[in-house]
Design a protein around this ligand. Structure first.
Ligand code: SAM
Length: 287
């Protein structure tokens, strides 16, 4: 049995190019009773562009819980509401989660109006595996927390994606280069759908060099996509992370010293590490 509640429409808006909006999104924004926007000024330029003169209320992360309750009241009284964020799909690293949860709990119908989303746009043009992937949102802000995060990702065999700002793209890649193998394939998608859209795909070490050398590669908005760790023939009993540490040590010192150091660092049997080192030497020699 249907109730008399209004519907909540979760509407995707462009991530740069104003033409990237669906007919249905424009129609919905025209027809709803109320538009709840992350930044009312920002959305007004979009609304103006499409000749939409509808009521807009503020809905940003600092007033999210309170605003969700008041919007819920309106939805329950029969008004329809469109939720939009500054760019792309609401809830994806954007406000909206509490409202959608509360609406569903209260029996309000939540309708997605799909459209642009930076991570999906980047993935579609990246040329990295998409059958399975994980979206990590924004990375932690401190270097140590980022390195800890990258260490966790060392063994991830599926593609993973994160959002980054111009302020932190360089330090994020520098931290990544400390932890992940230099040959890890990454894609940096910058300013998608905009005038200076740039999508580069290269090994991590080269990508970092490019971002260091090219000022433009530190400007705008970024999606970074990282190829999953390759499954390597592992010596029994050694994790991919342990093997990576051994590899790094072998790059910097002799096999003998690397094995001694790795024994101490990892607390793994010397014999096992020695076997692994020989196997690694063999596989690099064959490559
Ligand atoms: N909800 C949005 C979506 O659907 O993609 C994302 C909002 S999040 C607050 C903003 C971040 O998304 C930016 O810092 C950047 O990492 C990424 N982003 C948004 N637009 C982008 C674009 N045009 N090009 C590259 N990255 C973009």
């Amino acid at each position: 049995m249907s109730n008399q509640y209004g519907k909540l429409y979760v509407v995707a808006t462009p991530i740069g190019n104003l033409a990237d909006i669906s007919f249905r999104a424009v129609e919905t924004l025209k027809q709803v009773d109320l538009i709840a926007a992350e930044d009312t000024r920002h959305v007004k330029s979009l609304l103006q562009h499409y000749g939409i003169s509808n009521k807009v209320v503020s809905f940003h992360q600092h007033n999210e819980d309170k605003a969700a309750d008041s919007l819920l009241e309106k939805l329950r009284s029969g008004l329809s509401v469109a939720l939009v964020s500054d760019a792309g799909t609401p809830l994806l690293s954007d406000p909206g989660m509490p409202l959608v949860c509360k609406a569903k709990e209260s029996g309000v119908t939540v309708v997605p109006i799909p459209g642009a989303c930076a991570l999906i746009a980047a993935l579609s043009a990246a040329g990295l595996p998409v059958t399975k992937f994980s979206f990590e949102g924004f990375l932690p802000r401190t270097s140590s927390a980022r390195k800890a995060f990258f260490t966790e990702k060392l063994t991830s065999q599926t593609t993973w994606i994160f959002y980054e700002s111009s302020h932190r793209i360089l330090s994020a890649l520098q931290d990544m280069a400390v932890v992940l193998p230099a040959e890890t394939e990454i894609v940096i998608a910058r300013e998608l759908t905009k005038l200076y859209e740039t999508i580069i795909k290269m090994p991590l070490s080269q990508a970092l060099e490019r971002v260091v050398q090219d000022d433009n590669m530190r400007k705008g908005e970024f999606v970074v996509i990282v190829d999953g760790a390759k499954k390597v023939a592992q010596v029994d009993g050694l994790s991919a992370e342990q093997e990576h540490i051994l590899k790094v040590l072998m790059r910097e010192c002799s096999t003998k010293t690397a094995v001694v150091l790795a024994t101490e660092i990892l607390g793994v049997k010397k014999k096992l590490l020695y076997q692994a080192a020989l196997a690694l030497e063999k596989s690099t020699g064959e490559a």
